[in-house]
Design a binder for this molecule. Structure first.
Ligand SMILES: [Zn+2]
Length: 146
């Protein structure tokens, strides 16, 4: 999964989590800003997703600088290597073969709710006649009858 795939995935998820009229951080750059992440690789979970493998979740390494020291690590189920190397511009880059990002959805939504800019924009984008119009999230009032 590359950054463009992550971007597409985030748009997919947020479009389903929130009504269309609300403001949501649809890019991983804004999401990183909201959660205060210095490096999004700290949220990477390395897994084995090889075609004939039952799947495996690797133990977290301290940081990306230790990836090169673990080039020999293999999936205990299918023996596929955890990392792959790629050469670009004369430099060799180490990257996990399969991974996903886990920001923690609940934690991320809490961070978004604490961001003044997000709250202002979300409030401005609400449709008073649309879905959810019976309640107001900032006043803690729930929809009438529920
Ligand atoms: Zn495997």
């Amino acid at each position: 999964m590359g950054k463009s795939h992550l971007e597409a995935w985030l748009k997919f998820v947020f479009n389903r989590l929130f009504p269309v009229t609300t403001f949501v951080p649809s890019t991983h750059y804004l999401l990183r800003k909201l959660v205060g992440a210095k490096d999004w690789t700290e949220y990477m979970v390395h897994v084995c997703d090889n075609e004939d493998c039952i799947g495996h979740v690797y133990e977290k390494l301290p940081d990306k600088h230790t990836w090169k020291d673990n080039l020999d690590e293999k999936c205990p189920h299918c023996s596929e290597t955890r990392f792959k190397t790629r050469e670009r511009g004369g430099r060799v880059f180490v990257e996990p073969r399969y991974w996903y990002i886990d920001f923690g959805v609940e934690e991320t939504i809490q961070y978004m709710a604490m961001d003044a800019d997000f709250v202002a924009k979300r409030g401005a984008g609400r449709d008073p006649t649309g879905p959810g119009a019976g309640g107001h999230y900032r006043k803690g009032v729930t929809r009438a009858g529920t």
